[in-house]
Design a protein around this ligand. Structure first.
Ligand code: ACM
Ligand code: ZN
Length: 762
């Protein structure tokens, strides 16, 4: 006979005795099923207060529920969870149910809750439907992880009292659906995962240069044209959310008490819209939807009335789809060159008495803010909206550090923080690892004294370099850390030893992410590469494991003995080590590639004729002879760079040697002002005084537009192979100022080199 029925019929005392009996049976495991035991030890975010209580709740495969009033959508979410768990739920009819949701008007925070578990029941108290849902989520995370996929035999939950409420009221993820499109199921899965973390905002970035992703019925070309781009290789990328899709996503989020804040960018990041409707730009020129990343000059014309007619029509449909109180209007990275040259924009500035283009942007955003106010919505914008004066009533999202947050608070605005220093989940782990994310303080003392207020923070997932299948491994576990920072508050997360305790809980939390299929990534860069001069001047390499429980295994050029992380090896000639990452005893199938060159000049004395950039040191004075080659990522730490100057380096081989070849790697990324050198000259000398040419490369047509972003090998064509030299000098000539067609025309260009490879005969 199923216990739920018995439970309803039995008086409390008798049922308690039954529970105890079941528990004894369980612990002695002499009869009956073994039931998994839940606990509070894997709770993330950390609740404000957790106390053990007498008694243990035992669920033997089914339970009765006392639902709260008016909780239909949420109830469906909870019921679906129990169905997945294989536990029969029945609605209680009198008596104490196994799972009870009770009102408690004394709980002040709208998301606050109290959980009481004892032998008779699991009770969730809250003053609001949101509080019940957050409480339910915590209870779910206390249940044994087995229940996420199935625990039909029931479970055991030790008695506990939890009192909890979030420190920050806005806890979100920005998801960029534009640079790479994600399908609706994926977006819903992210919302489900946010709910598991107690997060309450999905900031959904829906319009961008590289794609317009929201169907607007009155402007069909936005998605017919603006949602699709042709990539450099000729393939097509795109997609969009129909209004039906959006309603589905919003309802899914709403049932989990997550607000979806749409971001409709203006006036910049609007190339896709201008590609669809060229009249929206200042020039009227027809554009392609760009496939390159970066910041584009063509933005909405602030002088034409039709721009505002367009945006109002778009927003009329947007406000109908998103019931929340806020619309994000972007406002970041809007270059003003078109406005400076546009007679209509200039006329608008005169007419409105605006001193400069920054004020024109404030006027633009202010006008749209007033329009949205008539629809009952307030606006949020990136911190650039502070330049030229904060539009009235606007909230600020600070991303370029915390300065925008400080200014917003000073001006009395509501502020959301997501600085690049801690919250950019698209950045590599090298820039922000788990510990750094956990160390974020969204509430520094200087920002807690008003008149404005820090509402909360977000993690920002931009997707230039992350198609859908890579998004989760970038977001998690770093967002797990931020979720705790925002909910539990910096007083708790910056306390002595807090990070270590977080990691202990995270180890218990990972299996829950596994159970719902979240493809979380690593906690930190798994390996550090160290090189040094070994015996006979050969290149000795140590690939050190860094992360918790990280191991590595690989091979030199895909052959030979297995190399292990933490064991040095000698690298001869050019090649790569593909090191597979092992974590927590499992080989992950993720590889880190290290490119090396054990050439004839490694760790020979080198003299540089320039001061390298403090941001791109390549590892320091010996970067060009450390055997480490640069990757396709110019921030990987292996590149040495200098802006606006030639790079000249002289290496001393110690004695005259027959030189058989030379090469270097250069980087090309014109959008980041990085150009190929105009030419490279290699010279030799026996005495360091008189020099003869070994090889020359160039002059190159380096100032031609080239959209690629990549590492290029420059190999020297030796004049006379085998010439003897003790000293070798390499002169890489800077390309000069960025040319006229470039967004930064006239600015000094950058030159990047990774290694000064010298091959000698022996
Ligand atoms: C931003 O990262 N451009 C807000
Ligand atoms: Zn204009």
């Amino acid at each position: 006979m199923p216990l739920p029925d018995l439970e309803r019929m039995m008086p409390n005392r008798f049922r308690d005795a039954m529970s105890l009996l079941l528990l004894l049976l369980f612990f002695e495991s002499c009869a009956g099923p073994e039931r998994p035991v839940g606990s509070t030890e894997g709770l993330i975010p950390l609740p404000q207060s957790v106390e053990s209580r007498e008694g243990t709740y035992v669920c033997d495969g089914g339970l009765t529920v006392d639902w709260p009033e008016g909780w239909a959508a949420e109830r469906a979410v909870v019921e679906a969870w129990f169905e997945r768990a294989g536990l029969a739920l029945t609605e209680a009819s009198g008596g104490t149910a196994g799972l009870v949701f009770e009102p408690d008007a004394t709980i002040e925070n709208v998301e606050g809750y109290r959980i009481e578990v004892d032998a008779s029941s699991m009770k969730v108290y809250a003053a609001t439907p949101t509080g019940w849902f957050r409480g339910w989520t915590t209870l779910r995370k206390m249940m044994p992880v087995e229940c996420e996929t199935g625990c039909a035999e029931g479970f055991v939950l030790p008695g506990v009292l939890i009192e909890d409420a979030p420190v920050l009221e806005h806890r979100g993820l920005l998801l960029d659906g534009c640079r790479h499109f994600q399908d609706v199921d994926f977006v819903k899965k992210q919302i489900e995962t946010l709910a598991l973390h107690g997060m309450n905002v999905l900031h959904w970035h829906l319009t961008e240069d590289q794609g317009w992703r929201i169907e607007i019925e009155s402007r069909p070309r936005l998605t017919e044209v603006g949602a699709w781009r042709t990539e450099a290789d000729g393939s097509r990328h795109g997609g969009f959310y129909t209004q039906e899709d959006i309603r589905e996503v919003v309802a899914f989020a709403s049932a989990r008490h997550i607000e979806v804040i749409p971001e409709i960018e203006m006036p910049g990041h609007s190339s896709a819209a201008i590609a669809a409707y060229p009249e929206l730009g200042c020039t009227g020129d027809t554009l392609e939807v760009p496939h390159r990343w970066g910041v584009f000059k063509d933005i909405y014309c602030a002088g034409k009335e039709e721009t505002f007619v367009f945006l109002e029509e778009v927003l009329d449909e947007v406000v109908e789809l998103f019931p929340g109180p806020r619309i994000h209007i972007g406002g970041d990275e809007a270059p003003k060159v078109r406005w400076e040259e546009c007679p209509l924009c200039q006329a608008r500035m005169k007419e409105e008495g605006l001193a400069n283009e920054e004020e024109l942007q404030r006027w633009f955003i202010g006008r749209m803010g007033r329009y949205l106010a008539t629809k009952g919505k307030t606006i949020i914008g990136w911190d650039e909206i502070l330049e030229g004066g904060l539009p009235e009533g606007a909230a600020v999202q600070s991303w370029r550090g915390m300065e925008g947050a400080a200014e917003g608070v000073h001006l009395g605005a509501d502020v959301v923080v997501s600085p690049t220093s801690h919250c950019y989940l698209d950045y590599p782990l090298r820039s922000t690892d788990l510990e750094e994310a956990y160390g974020f303080n969204p509430l520094p003392d200087s920002l807690t004294h008003g008149p404005g207020r820090i509402l909360g923070g977000e993690g920002n997932m931009w997707t230039e370099h992350a198609p859908q299948e890579r998004v989760e491994s970038k977001v998690y576990p770093r967002l797990t850390a931020l979720a705790e920072v925002y909910w539990s508050g910096p007083d708790r997360t910056t306390a002595e030893g807090a990070y270590g305790r977080f990691l202990d809980r995270l180890d218990r939390f990972y299996p829950r992410l596994d159970a719902i299929g979240v493809d979380y990534g690593l906690e930190t860069t798994p390996f550090a590469v160290e090189t040094r001069a070994g015996v006979n001047g050969k290149l000795e390499v140590l690939i050190r494991s860094k992360g918790r429980g990280v191991e590595g295994r690989g091979q030199w050029n895909g052959a030979g003995p297995t190399l292990s992380a933490d064991e040095p090896f000698t690298a001869e000639g050019r090649g790569t080590v593909e090191m597979e990452v092992g974590q927590r005893g499992l080989w992950t199938g993720q590889f880190e590639t290290v490119a090396l060159d054990g050439h004839g000049a490694v760790f020979r004395p080198i003299e540089l004729g320039y001061d390298y950039s403090p941001w791109y040191t390549g590892g320091g004075d010996q970067a060009l002879v450390d055997g480490r080659l640069g990757s396709e990522d110019f921030r990987d730490g292996a590149w040495q760079a200098k802006q606006g100057q030639d790079m000249v380096a002289t290496v001393d081989l110690g004695s005259p040697q027959a030189i058989t070849g030379m090469s270097t790697g250069v980087y090309l990324y014109q959008d980041a002002w990085i150009f190929e050198p105009e030419s490279i000259l290699w010279e030799g000398s026996t005495d360091g005084q008189s020099w003869f040419t070994l090889a020359e490369h160039g002059p190159l047509a380096v100032l031609k537009r080239d959209d690629r972003q990549l590492r290029l090998d420059v190999d020297a064509e030796m004049d006379v192979p085998g010439q003897e030299a003790r000293f070798v000098r390499m002169t890489a000539v800077n390309a000069g100022a960025c040319p006229d067609w470039h967004a930064a025309a006239g600015a000094d260009s950058w030159l990047f080199l990774d290694e000064m490879v010298v091959r000698t005969a022996d």
